[in-house]
Design a binder for this molecule. Sequence first.
Ligand code: NBP
Length: 465
Amino acid sequence: MLKMEKSEIGLIGLAVMGQNLARNIADKGFQISVYNRTLEKTTEFIKKYGHSSKSGVEILGTVKIEEFVKSLKSPRKIIIMVKAGEAVDEVISELLPHLEKSDIIMDGGNSYYKDTEQRQKSLESSGISLIGMGISGGEEGALKGPSIMPGGNREAYEKVAPILTKIAADEDTAKSAKCVSYMGKNGSGHFVKMVHNGIEYAIMQLIAEIYDILKNLGKLSNEELAKTFENWNKTDYLKSFLVEITAKIFRKKDEKGQYLIDQIRDHGEQKGTGKWTSIASFDYGIATPTITSAVNARILSAFEKRRQIALPQVLNSQIKIPDKKTLIKLTQDALELCEILSYFQGFDLIAIANKEHNWRINLPEIARIWKNGCIIRSSLLDEFQTHNFPQFLFTDEKQNSLRHLIAIATAYAIPIPAVGNSLFYYDTLSAQKLPQNLTQAQRDFFGAHGYAKIGQEGTFHTDWQ
Ligand code: NBP
């Protein structure tokens, strides 16, 4: 009987992401075993892709979890790509009786970072490491090279690093640097992925608001919108995956030759990573208003019936809508500044959580591994590799564009919560003086909470009546 070599790595969960990641691993020449709860998916997958890897490596499909574990070299390296939540716990429980000390599990799904930390703790006594591994890039990224954000035990990471490095996206055209890096201890990898998704929500919402303005005030056709986004994708600071795909979306027609974008319901959906980012920002005491606006925008859009209880709107037509060329310039400048503020809010949140948990995250390294493979890849990330905040991009001209655009959009009742809140965030951070002296006085008035005085030590209380 032919004795099969044991596999370098195993993968559990053969939905879109798992299938493509397994193919990517095989394409790079690593022997891989796969397992899925529903056997038919494994059978179909092996039939379709088991013998077609670019490297000639065959993918080994397994029927039972024991067989899957036995097919792996020690220390076993297992990627889990199942639905976040209970499914991850169930898979770990199924695996545990068959694993040994020093084996390594990598959870590649969008698990909540606190769940990951809980799982890491409960595995500690068994000597099995759990790496919380954020993966971004959607199905195409999983197949061709995603951005990978692993966190947890460093020694365990070093053992899987050679495989992760091969399957990750190239950071540069020289292919010398890859979009994977050890993030830090405990749940830091999943935390960084969560914030990545929060930024993704923000940028998608910003683009959507800009589209609303260009379509409904600028009266740009879908072809003109596509051309505008295509042009922006050639600029220094808007070149990005989300701008690129937006241009393609505007051009897409159905089989009857009708534009698809105009047939899609305006009802936003979500899986929760944006909400988690907002919750984390409140928990850590950091403001991420652009991200939170994007979460709220999806929530509000979903109340389709409520949206029809329209309130009378007073439109200030004294503010003139500029010509198309001018409006495109204003929106370009506004999108650029608001995107910068979205990244900044995300990095700020990571920085504070990193400090609190002592995860030892290297922030410029995150900007580097987000430069390719992931959904929020953008030329702007070059600036975040070297600057905490690229203030030099906030020129007077661009700031004026943003302010002017907000005035126009609000005059014509175009809802722009993410664009608006980005500017309010910037103005708050730039303000020499804020009106919180008044809220402090109010708090002391009704609740005797006390207040601090300018240039004086201590806390004061007044009988305001
Ligand atoms: P899904 O999130 O749709 O999960 C489907 C997989 O989970 C199937 O293999 C299914 O097995 C398995 N599964 C479930 Br559901 N419950 C299970 C259980 N109790 N025990 C064992 N297996 C179970 O797949 P996906 O869209 O490929 O995403 C996988 C992970 O990657 C998720 O955490 C997702 O959030 C994350 N992610 C997705 C994307 C994306 O673009 N889709 C991008 C980045 C990250 P079955 O076949 O037996 O039902």
